[in-house]
Design a protein around this ligand. Structure first.
Ligand code: LP5
Ligand code: MN
Length: 239
């Protein structure tokens, strides 16, 4: 049996080829898998389960239908949808995961992560991450009316796009030492992550072990890709 992994779909609210593609994925290849891992940034942004469950009711229902077929759905937060909570997990029939998560994937010790944790050169982002993941900040944000939360999310999205346009590309990728430290700390031979939107494979030699970092592809209307991991190996597949 196989595990399918995907991330960074950034599904928008409203009609989109990306949402159609995800629906095809859930009704098709996902049903042949043992486990589906969604490694963050499934949604454009998530401002709370109250709004999110309405904004993405079709995806939540389709995930629940997939879970009811016996496929295990496991979900890791990204930097856009870290507010997806217990109500979302219950409605979608999925399990929320810590980041990172060590798993045995088709017989290989593997570390799964959204990937932003390894972007340690991006100090401004790490400051934002610390602030936005602060439980008190999240609790205060959750007390705002939905409209105010949407405005804050819109401001954060706009500010992010502006800030990214001024940053050197290099600092928005993972830091090599952070990656090497993760391989050594967890004793895995494979890391799979998203976030950077730089799909590729990177080979390392750490502690006498051949290691590989596989970066998942962000979804574009003309290229909607997921990873298949099975006993025979791994491959990239498109919907
Ligand atoms: O997201 P992306 O791919 O464009 O860029 C990311 C980093 N940016 C972010 C910010 C998100 O896009 C914001 C949307 C999430 C909304 C969730 C709800 C709001 C919760 C509020 C508090 C609980 O993650 C970007 C990285 C890039 O990846 C590459 O790694 O560089 O990081 C930045 O650009 C950091 C910016 O410098 C700061 C951006 C946020 C500024 C917030 C101002 C709004 C005031 C909020 C007050 C509550
Ligand atoms: Mn991301």
């Amino acid at each position: 049996m196989s595990a399918l992994l995907l991330s960074d779909l950034h599904l928008p609210i409203g009609p989109s080829p990306l949402r159609e593609g995800f629906a095809r994925f859930l009704q098709g290849p996902a049903r042949q898998a043992e486990t589906v891992y969604i490694l963050g940034d499934l949604f454009e942004y998530w401002i709370g389960d109250d709004a999110g469950l309405r904004d993405y009711d079709a995806e939540v229902a389709a995930l629940q239908r997939l879970a009811q077929t016996g496929v295990r759905v496991r979900y890791m937060h990204g930097n856009r949808d870290f507010l997806a909570g217990a109500r979302f997990a219950a409605a979608a029939g999925l399990e929320l995961l810590p980041d990172p998560l060590q798993v045995d994937l088709a017989g290989e010790p593997t570390l799964l992560s959204h990937g932003d944790l390894y972007c340690t050169d991006d100090r401004a982002y790490l400051r934002w991450r610390r602030f936005s993941r602060n439980p008190l900040v999240q609790r205060l944000f959750g007390l705002l009316p939905e409209g105010a939360r949407r405005r804050v999310a819109g401001t954060a999205r706009s500010r992010s796009e502006v800030d990214k346009s001024h940053k050197p590309e290099s600092i928005m990728d993972v830091n090599a030492d952070a990656v090497r430290n993760a391989f050594a700390r967890y004793g895995v031979t494979r890391i799979i992550h998203g976030h950077t939107h730089r799909p590729a494979e990177h080979d390392y030699h750490i502690g006498g072990r051949a290691c590989r970092r596989i970066v998942l592809a962000d979804w574009r209307p003309l290229h909607m890709e997921y990873l298949v991991c099975e006993a025979q190996g791994w491959r990239r597949q498109t919907v």
